[in-house]
Design a protein around this ligand. Structure first.
Ligand code: ADP
Length: 331
């Protein structure tokens, strides 16, 4: 049976955090045998905000190492750096020409980022979702595993694919999103989404002591003022994390103990830390090993890029002919 194709990407900005991990990466790893997977480190997306040119290269490599350490297997899926396949930006231009400006101005992420980066509201920031649509449809992908923050962009990708198909003939599937069990992790303040661009995250490769310090001081259910007040796990970011890192038994127990004030937040955090580190420590070790063997990472990325270029060349040729810019002899 032919497997459905998955595409998803991650920006190489700063560190990969718990939100990326539980909202997207864990799902990527879980899906990689069931689907034909393409995973990308989307460097062109990352340059839409201010970045440090000197350390950018290392950030890209760090992202690749982290993905592989999390369990992305370059033998079964394709892992590559977006800019290694120039067709992504070529297709973006064509999709730009069928995307209404108003659709982009309405995007929540554009509005948020325009607030955060007031001194640098560049065209790339606005066009970001079109590049994302090009990333996805270039491989005729069917499924896109993402966190909740990306749903509006996937909906736009569907509209762009539909518009292209209506105008130029059936070409792209309308991709559907796939959420993980924990599609939205809040930051340490418990209020804003955990994000690389806001300093409210826990990096998955941070030293255990730093992770504990951040967890220990993170905001829980704010209505629980005293140790003996019963808590409400449904509105607590820590409980959302338990759902991703703890066993079913632990989740049931924590839920009950929190509601009855049998345990306080600090005990809940200690349990979470213990379960979290059981999962993160092997990833941290693997990432450290990969740092010592850069050829393994370069090799995986080169192979992934080669395989993706093959698909992209074919699809782009079909697109050029369909939109009428490839002049062919009649006979
Ligand atoms: P960031 O928002 O930190 O810059 P990316 O844009 O690179 O991260 O997103 C990579 C993936 O991680 C996307 O699928 C996105 O939906 C997911 N993701 C990012 N932040 C969170 C979060 N706080 N909770 C759940 N998923 C998230």
């Amino acid at each position: 049976m032919v497997k459905e194709r998955i595409f998803s990407g991650i920006q190489p900005t700063g560190v990969i955090h718990l939100g990326n991990y539980v909202g997207a990466l864990k799902n990527w790893v879980a899906l990689q045998d069931e689907y034909d997977c393409i995973f990308s480190i989307v460097d062109y997306h990352a340059i839409t905000i201010e970045y440090d040119v000197e350390s950018f290269r290392e950030s890209i490599l760090n992202a690749a190492r982290t993905l592989m350490a999390c369990g992305i297997n370059p033998d079964t899926c394709r892992l590559f750096i977006q800019s290694a396949v120039p067709e992504h930006t070529e297709l973006t231009w064509i999709l730009n020409c069928i995307t209404p400006l108003g659709d982009l101005e309405r995007m929540t992420q554009f509005k948020d980022k325009s607030q955060q980066h007031r001194g640098n509201i560049n065209v790339g920031l606005l066009d970001y979702p079109v590049l994302q649509a090009a990333d996805i449809v270039l491989y005729k992908s069917h499924v896109v595993p993402v966190g909740e923050d990306q749903l509006q962009h996937i909906e736009l990708t569907r509209r762009i694919a539909r518009r292209f198909n209506n105008r130029f003939g059936d070409t792209f599937p309308e991709p559907r999103y796939l959420l993980s069990h924990t599609p939205k992790i809040m930051g340490l303040d418990g209020k804003t989404k955990m994000s690389k661009s806001l300093n409210n995250y826990i990096g998955i490769l941070e030293p255990p002591d730093d992770i504990w310090e951040k967890l220990r001081t993170s905001v829980t259910d704010e209505n629980r003022k005293r140790r003996n007040d019963p808590g409400n796990p449904e509105i607590c970011n820590l409980f959302t994390m338990h759902k991703s890192f703890s066993s079913q038994d632990d989740i049931i127990t924590i839920n009950r103990q929190c509601r009855t004030a049998e345990i306080g937040c600090i005990e809940c955090k200690k349990k979470l830390f213990e379960n979290m580190m059981r999962e993160l420590e092997p990833i941290q070790q693997k990432a450290a090993e990969l740092k010592k063997t850069p050829d393994v990472v370069y090799g995986a990325l080169a192979k992934g890029a080669r395989q993706c270029r093959e698909i992209a060349t074919r699809v782009m040729e079909e697109v050029r002919v369909k939109v009428g810019i490839r002049v062919q002899r009649d006979a």
